[in-house]
Ligand binder design. Sequence first.
Ligand code: NCD
Length: 326
Amino acid sequence: MPTPPLNPHLPFGENKNADWYGKDILSVKQFSRDDLQYIFGVAHEMRGMVERIGTFDLLKGKILANLFYEPSTRTSSSFTAAMERLGGSVIPISEVKYSSVSKGESLPDTIRTLECYADVIVLRHPETGSAAIAAKAAKKPVINAGDGVGEHPTQALLDTFTIAEELGRLDNLTVTMLGDLKYGRTVHSLARLLSQFSGIKLNYVSPDILKMPKEVMAEVAEKGVPQAEFSSLEKVLPETDVLYVTRVQKERFEDPADYEKVKGAYVIDPEIMKAAKQDMIVMHPLPRVGEISPEFDDDPRAAYFRQMEYGLYVRMAVLAMVLGKA
Ligand code: NCD
């Protein structure tokens, strides 16, 4: 008797009933506190597995399409590493100029193509809302790795995981976001995600032309989280538990002269950090272009390199979840 064909929709060991199976990850608005607790539990286990055995076969045979229309070092390579540590493989498309995108192919068509070959698609794109457009075109899960100035949900997950691991709590924290709060998608996602916790206070320090968008502030206010805006760091640094520094997003300015005016607005260095507590952390999604002096790197409060490593475990967790293996 011939062997019956395998059901392509239900590979061995997959749990189609798991909450996250087949889901797109588009915005942090999808995550409740309970979800975060679950994801961080999985990320924690991933860390243990990587430390003990390095690479294992949880996603063996699965393929990730890593589609990047904007530059990336960390997000792209950590998704690749996450997939490979889980025994899966990756189709990397980061030079879109060498793909059919340069022939004028639309995003939905590129997505429909890639889902013929891959089980999950990670997308970074310069336009806000592009991840949602891709998700609409795809039957396979799409993970938003940054859509213009919109959101960067997996970064916010890893940022929150970093805070939880480093400070041991997510409630009762004063978080100060510094730099380009207008164009920085990481802070848009992080402010929204943190607004679920109690006793959170958010300070926004930025030049006048780079303030946190009103719609993000309105969403955070709805959760009852106090927010305050400042142009200087001095006043809020001593009370800060998490200082989240961002790069001024040169590529998103309409007028280059505006960028020149604000590019060096804040620089964190050992002298400035004398005014901060000892039991606080400094984070940055990276890349940095001068807003944190390398002289501060050896300070135990400098968490930005550890933050990148946490990102690997969180992305492993997310991939395992949407592929029904967590
Ligand atoms: C950030 C991004 O791309 O939004 N980088 C990252 O993903 N780690 C921040 C930035 O580019 O400044």
